[in-house]
Design a protein around this ligand. Structure first.
Ligand SMILES: [Zn+2]
Length: 531
């Protein structure tokens, strides 16, 4: 029996429920060369081996992956979100390829900064972190980042961390210092440095560091457990009164939910050393098994060619950008369009480009859905659709090359628009092209316009937190115009045109344009959309 595109081996077409009217149409598309359809594999760069390795679930079922989550002491900035978005691209691609995913992410809800900031605000650390944790998930939702299967808070896993430290002490890899803190003994793990490929020959035996973040080039015995200082939040445990270090949290929670050895560990490139190196040392010293087989690291971003920093005045949270009037979907597209291993230079021109690209995609889909096409198919368009689909998949399967995955989709749109202009696009072509677009969107997720909600939410937040001054005047003007008000103006303009009052009709069009509403006259009436 012939299969439609939605049922190919190991390939799930849709990542969201289809509208009922769409489903039967899509299924009619028959790929031209079915024998060429292969299961999708993924070759992903592995920091540990220094090469592209095929990523497959070791249990043959679901890929077990751990990605370092946020430390919830502030609002997430776009550099953080670039990492979360690129991990989202990975998990969506795996799902598209028919691979199950068990994805664990930690929430670091205790560390030096959190303790300091909560004390300054005179509230408990859980009160302090709860608001930022909520904000973090709101931001992920705005960017349409899928939730991991497991979200693990550090403070809810303290006894398991203590057990791991006890096991490390039992094998001679952990010791207690005079102040009651526990340290990892680097000399007990000769493979230390294998992930970051650092030359650690100058390492001083027994030199210690107790900060959560330390000098990039210093390798020192690092803190597993910090003895409580007077007045600090702490836990009373078998190894003393204190709190866990950052690194032990991730080792503990990764192994708790994924086992002693799992498929993939991901994070930002700044975590390679020391955080991930330390996770490996802590875990493998006890288990003598490879902690994570595959390591994925997302590169930093620059802003206008410079490192993003508060002092440079080029530091942006997601909320800052939403309040400047940029759409969440455009931010998503901009942050994922440069492949994860490339440095991404964030610019406002890039956001404007992403906005325009999304506009083209959505306008084109509307044209396909609303158009009336002759039955049958056009073989040139069938080939073009198949080629775009193959190229898009091939690019993603090659180290998640999102830039190369995007390009053929826009080529296809150009070809199809020309064909529609010349009356050469047929019903079967429309269905084939929609199928290709939905496959692309299973990873990119920008086709459907869900932008109003995150913007509304950011405005409500700005109002509550006294940041209305940060809202761009264009956004305020746009928000001032409700859908009903636009409809009324559009109706008034139609009437004015009928009465041959073209001056008034033009005036209304200009007024709406100033407020970011674009009108399109078609033979079926007037369509409008917000820019
Ligand atoms: Zn981590």
């Amino acid at each position: 029996m012939k299969q439609g595109i939605g049922e190919q081996r190991g390939f799930v077409l849709h990542n969201r429920p289809l509208l009922q009217s769409e489903e039967p149409k899509i299924r009619r598309f028959q790929p031209l060369n079915e024998q060429e359809v292969r299961p999708m594999t993924l070759r992903l760069f592995n920091t540990l081996t220094g090469q592209l390795d095929e990523l497959v679930p070791s249990d043959g079922k679901a890929l077990r992956m751990y990605a370092c989550g946020p430390t919830v002491y502030d609002y997430g900035h776009i550099g953080n979100f670039r990492t979360f978005l690129q991990v989202d691209v990975l998990r969506r691609y795996l799902k598209l390829a028919g691979t199950g995913v068990r994805h664990v992410m930690n929430i670091t809800d205790v560390d030096d900064k959190i303790i300091r900031n909560a004390a300054a605000a005179e509230i408990s650390i859980s009160e302090y972190t709860a608001g930022f944790e909520r904000a973090f998930f709101e931001d992920l939702d705005a960017l349409r980042v899928e939730r991991p299967e497991v979200i693990a808070r550090a403070t809810e896993h303290i006894p398991r961390m203590v057990e791991l430290i006890q096991k490390l002490a039992a094998v001679g890899a952990a010791y207690q210092a005079e102040d009651g803190s526990w340290y990892f003994r680097l000399a007990a793990f000769p493979e230390y440095g294998k992930l970051s490929k650092k030359d650690l020959s100058g390492m001083e035996d027994g030199a210690r560091v107790d900060l959560d973040e330390y000098e990039k080039d210093s390798a020192r015995d690092f803190a597993l457990w910090k003895a409580a200082k007077p007045g600090e939040t702490s836990w009373e445990t078998a190894i003393g009164c204190g709190r866990p270090g950052w690194h032990i949290e991730c080792s503990t929670m990764a192994m708790e939910y994924l086992g002693e050895s799992f498929d993939l560990h991901a994070g930002g490139e700044d975590l390679i050393f020391p955080h991930h190196e330390n996770e490996i040392a802590q875990s493998e010293s006890v288990t003598h098994k490879t902690f994570a087989r595959h390591w994925m690291h997302v590169r930093f971003l620059l802003v206008d060619g410079r490192k993003m920093s508060k002092s440079e005045g080029n530091f942006y949270t997601l909320r800052d950008l939403l309040l400047k009037g940029y759409k969440a979907s455009a931010i998503r597209l901009a942050l994922i369009s440069v492949p994860y291993r490339h440095q991404f230079n964030f610019t406002f021109d890039g956001l404007i480009e992403a906005t325009a690209a999304i506009d083209r995609l959505r306008t084109f889909v509307a044209r396909l859905k609303q158009g009336i096409f002759a039955p049958g198919f056009n073989s040139a368009l069938q080939s073009a659709a198949k080629q775009a689909q193959d190229e898009c998949r091939a690019a993603l399967s090659n180290d998640l090359n999102t830039a190369e995955a995007r390009a053929p989709i826009f080529d296809l749109i150009r070809t199809a628009n020309t064909a529609i202009d010349h009356g050469q696009l047929r019903v079967v072509d429309r269905d084939a092209i929609l199928g290709v677009l939905y496959q692309f969107d299973a990873v990119f997720d920008v086709l459907e316009d869900r932008d109003a909600e995150p913007t509304r939410h950011a405005l409500a937040w700005a109002e509550q937190s006294g940041r209305l001054g940060d809202v761009s005047p264009e956004l305020l003007a746009r928000q001032g115009l409700t859908d009903e008000a636009i409809e009324a103006l559009v109706a008034e303009r139609t009437l004015a045109k009928k009465q041959r009052n073209f001056a008034r009709a033009d005036q209304i069009r200009n007024e709406l344009a100033e407020k970011g509403v674009v009108l399109e006259d078609s033979k079926d009436g007037v369509r409008w959309k917000r820019k």
